[in-house]
Design a protein around this ligand. Structure first.
Ligand SMILES: Cc1ncc(COP(=O)(O)O)c(C=O)c1O
Length: 397
């Protein structure tokens, strides 16, 4: 008998989690692994935020809240969106969820009918594809190129639109490429979405982590016509080192937000009451911790990319956002390296080779629908980066 539903059988297990499991196993065996797999800041949540959570517990703020989130946090989100992104929302247009990942799932489930097509520029974050499939929609990959800084162009987008296209899933700053969309391209994409009546889920979780001259622009800020079609997703995980607290939010047209809230009400009810209180402090309190973490990431980014480019067969552009380097390793994949009797031709084989040979964990590009690349997180100390890249250099030079 088939125990598992077709829905679950259709979902691919996460390649990133498989690597994490292998790293843990090797560490337990006493191996000195350097891991560049992390998708989260290595900093602690700032003290002022933690204090507010303790206050909430002591004050007995430990019960169910309104499904869609406490008014105080929704208010803080609307103020943040106005101040940082120049977009006006009412609190009825905001939903607080259990992480940005949950907001994305709520949005896809609220918008997609079976057979709808969701346009997904690649390389893309691992969970999008599976969430789209869970919503019974079809992911339509649009490969972007390194030459164009991994930005989807309106020209590419137009070619992929069919009468089944429901929405575009946009992620800027991007995981895994670190690409940050520029205004000119976003404006062209906006015009096309309006013209073709297509919705957009805009994942802006890495908003605070942009470097050099790059500026984060929310597509929802580009006029009232596009705002009607955008579900903006963000949260506190990456900006405030709060990944474990599980607070994300979505902002968009009231009809869509209330559809998402209806679903959430039956699945998880409200997000954690204590974490909601802490998130109010994150959004409205002292913001200096963001600058400190940002500056540290910036320093590591340059350090890691410089060192990567010293390695034979690796070419890495300086990413403009998030906390990942995304080196091109095509030359290594063409070098005819033999490992365990097999020639290494894929990023998955290469990641396995690196882990086994020099005990450094990296994520293969194939996990993000992008063969020929690796992803290395620099959410780890400079000394770890230095040691890990020394090992890679020794292996390939
Ligand atoms: C692009 C992207 N969106 C969303 C998330 C999930 O964020 P959260 O921890 O708030 O659920 C991640 C986490 O890795 C991510 O990389």
């Amino acid at each position: 008998m088939n125990i598992l539903s077709e829905r679950i059988k259709n979902i691919a297990p996460s390649q990133t989690l498989a690597i994490t499991a292998q790293v843990l196993k090797m560490k337990a065996e006493g191996k000195n692994i350097i891991s560049f797999g992390a998708g989260e800041p290595d900093f602690d949540t700032p003290d002022n935020i933690r204090e507010k959570a303790i206050e909430a517990i002591r004050g007995g703020f430990t019960h169910y809240t309104t499904d869609s989130g406490i008014q105080e946090l929704k208010q803080a989100v609307t103020e943040k969106l106005k101040k940082d992104n120049g977009i006006e929302y009412k609190t009825s247009e905001v939903l607080i969820s259990n992480g940005a990942k949950h907001s994305l799932y709520n949005a896809l489930m609220a918008l997609c009918n079976p057979g709808d097509e969701v346009l997904l520029p690649t390389p893309c974050w691992v969970s999008y594809t599976e969430q789209i499939k869970l919503a019974q929609a079809r992911p339509v990959f649009i490969p972007t190129s390194q030459k164009e800084q991994f930005q989807l162009t309106a020209r590419q987008l137009e070619k992929c639109i069919t009468d089944k296209t429901k929405l575009l899933l946009l992620n800027t700053p991007n995981n895994p490429t670190g690409s940050v969309y520029n205004l000119a391209e976003l404006e062209k994409i906006t015009d096309l979405l309006i013209q073709k009546d297509i919705y957009c889920i805009s994942d802006e979780i890495y908003e605070k982590l942009v470097y050099d001259e790059a500026k984060h622009i929310s597509i929802a800020s580009l006029g009232s016509e596009i705002k009607k079609r955008v579900i903006l997703v963000n949260g506190v995980s990456k900006s405030y080192a709060m990944t474990g607290w599980r607070i994300g939010y979505a902002a968009g047209p009231a009809e869509i937000i209330s559809g998402m809230a209806k679903l959430q009400g039956h699945c998880t009810s409200n997000a954690n009451s204590i974490a909601q209180k802490a998130s109010v402090e994150a959004l409205t309190g002292d913001q200096s911790s963001i600058t400190k973490m940002h500056d540290e990431f910036d320093q590591r980014r340059k350090f890691m990319v410089n060192r990567l480019n010293e390695i034979k067969g690796i070419q890495c552009d300086l990413p403009k956002g998030a906390f990942y380097a995304f080196p091109n390793v095509a030359n290594i994949l063409n070098a005819g390296i033999i490992f365990n009797g097999e020639e290494i031709t894929t990023s998955l084989q290469l990641a396995d080779y690196i882990l086994n040979k020099v005990e450094v964990a990296v994520v293969p590009g194939s996990a993000f629908e992008a063969e020929g690349y690796l992803r290395l997180s620099y959410a780890t100390s400079i000394s770890e980066i230095e040691e890990g890249l020394k090992r890679l250099k020794k292996l390939f030079n």
